[in-house]
Design a protein around this ligand. Sequence first.
Ligand code: ACM
Ligand code: ZN
Length: 773
Amino acid sequence: MRKYTLSLLLLLVLPLWAQQTSNRYITQTRSILPCPMQLTSGSGSYVFTSRTTFVVEDEEQANLVRSFISLFTQAAGFTPKLVVNKKGDIRLITDASLKSEAYRLQVTPKNITVKAADAKGFFYALQSIRLLLPAAIERSTVTKGIEWNIPSVQVTDEPRFGYRGLMLDVARFFLPKENVLRIIDCMGMLKINKLHFHLVDDNGWRLQIKKYPRLTEVGAWRVDRTDVPFHSRRNPKAGEPTSIGGFYTQEDIKEIVAYAALRQVEVIPEIEMPAHTNSSLAAYPQLACPVIDHFIGVLPGLGGNNANAIYCAGNDSVFTFLQDVIDEVITLFPSRYIHLGGDEAQKMTWEKCPLCQARIQKEKLPNEEELQGYFMKRVAKYVTEKGKEVMGWDELTNSAMPEGAIIFGWQGMGTAALKGAKLGHRFVMTPARILYLIRYQGPQWFEPLTYFGNNTLKDVYDYEPIQKEWKPEYASLLMGVQASLWTEFCDKPEDVDYLLFPRLAALAEGAWTLPENKNWPRFIQSVDSYNAHLAEKGIVYARSMYNIQHTVTPQSGGLRVQQECIRPDVEIRYTLDGSEPTIASALYEQAPILRSALTMKSATFIEGKQMGQTLVLPLIWNKATAKPIRGGRPYERVLTNGVRGSLKQTDFEWCGWDKSDSISFTLDLEKSENLHTFAIGCITNYGMAVHKPAVIRVELSNNNTDFDTAGELNFTSEEIFCEGTFIDNCTIDLGGKKARYVRVTAKGPGECPENHVRPGQESRVLFDEIMID
Ligand code: ACM
Ligand code: ZN
């Protein structure tokens, strides 16, 4: 494989071209994203006009070109001509020697030649041309005065992986059809070719099934709990109005599938089973195990114990239902795949259900896990007999696997899928820790709330699925990679766009471009070019890549304040006097060490323009600040780093303990001092089962051996398991005693009670800061 030198790589981002538009100047870098296999820049440019003529060989090519030239009709106010087998300046020529999806593109000032073996290749060549045009080509209204040019280039291109996917969860948040279509168009631009459509979950059934009308009459609608975040929402009660939701009619699905097909996107339906099924069980409760005695409604949140309601594996009518559903799914989705879910099935009801237990007996199954194996295999057999291939989440590898099933590796780093690979199963990598776009995409202080840690644009970009320790056959079974967008925290379509863009571009380059051709600084400029197209389409993409992540660490009696931005092309400027940072403020070159309470304000700049949000970083100062902690936990440095945590408990300012951890650490004040009050910051995040400890004890010592108890706080269950998200300063009077060492011990609150949204789950304790006066 040919390798780029750095100078050649830089050529891949084409020169800055200034464009005069009707109302303003735009300066735009043009580039093809994902980065092509090989690109050489020529001189001059080709200009599209009303005289431009596309020459195609057949109706299939004509269809692709019609869709492409409609961009000009809308945005440029003229329509290039399209002819079959005649003379013209842009020729599409079939070259059967090329691979499927591959293309060759030659642009000169006079003409353009596109070669490919199939429609996919021609489509991808046209998308490369699209990204080389002024971004105004995406407008839905005509702009006069733009020269619709593309630079002269020669491109040789083909993808690394055949499966380049996006999973869109439209069950947690129902995304209107128009938004789905726009996302598909943006996928096409990035040469992403699989839309894994997560149509079914506890929180909604989104697909009209004619034989079972209640699936959408009942299953598509849930109670309105939008006043609190997803993970804090209480279960519905019988008879409550259900106003939140929506579904796609079969006509909608046909439209989505056809729109996607024109953009070479295969829509793969996911019909979840046996768990994540409260929406269909709300519609048809007879499909649940008969031992369930609570009301089953479409869940507005996690569901607590109600999420344990799953299809009964002992009831044959469940299989009849699923077969009927699959029959309609097959008529709607031409994809060769059906994804059957299979993840996160809690089997408590199966353990108690006489029908499930009878099935275990009859089929001589060793346990409930293998009952899931039986369930998935039985449905998979039906699917494969209908000529389709089965896909499923990596839990399918926990029991006997359906023959030929394709496994989606999501847990941890996706490695559970390798259990399938060892048995010869193909797989797709979508590891939660990197490719779940629900996670924070930038410094958390600036981001809308979600569950966990960070998956930045750079994290997604840097992901390499093939590991050195893999046997070669695993790599050959890897079909590709997928970004998965779960929508728990989306309440409007813009929230989905925000999480998707621009991280989808990073996924696209990982899926298409050879690792040796990847280059972060070059990619970032390509992203700017792609983002310009998104903006013209009316998409508000995330600018998180411009925000600053701080890391404050006690060092030499001061606080070392490190500031980082994932974009290499920004400069960080900061102030320490509370004023707003400007281009004239101090340039951040190395981390300053600060020694007093103050507010540091910083921001990123490019060419004098502020790019990200201003980071406001207040540093507090007290007797504990910058002093060492002796406890042995990795994050304990945050307890004396002068920075209070935010309401996001994963913002890297909180030190946490799980159930089995003993909470005990000692602060060394480095000299004996008179101590008056002790306070420790403690966060409650009800939805995440983060709560105050039951006991906090403070002991003092002058020699780090003999400690005297100085005070103790005890909290009752009612005080601990409060709803909401808030921070308490838990305070103890130290009475002016003199000491050098302060030992803190605490006892976790234990399991969340039955009426909690996470009943029975062990709570966690998190502290952000010790404050001593
Ligand atoms: C999953 O995240 N439960 C597939
Ligand atoms: Zn059952």
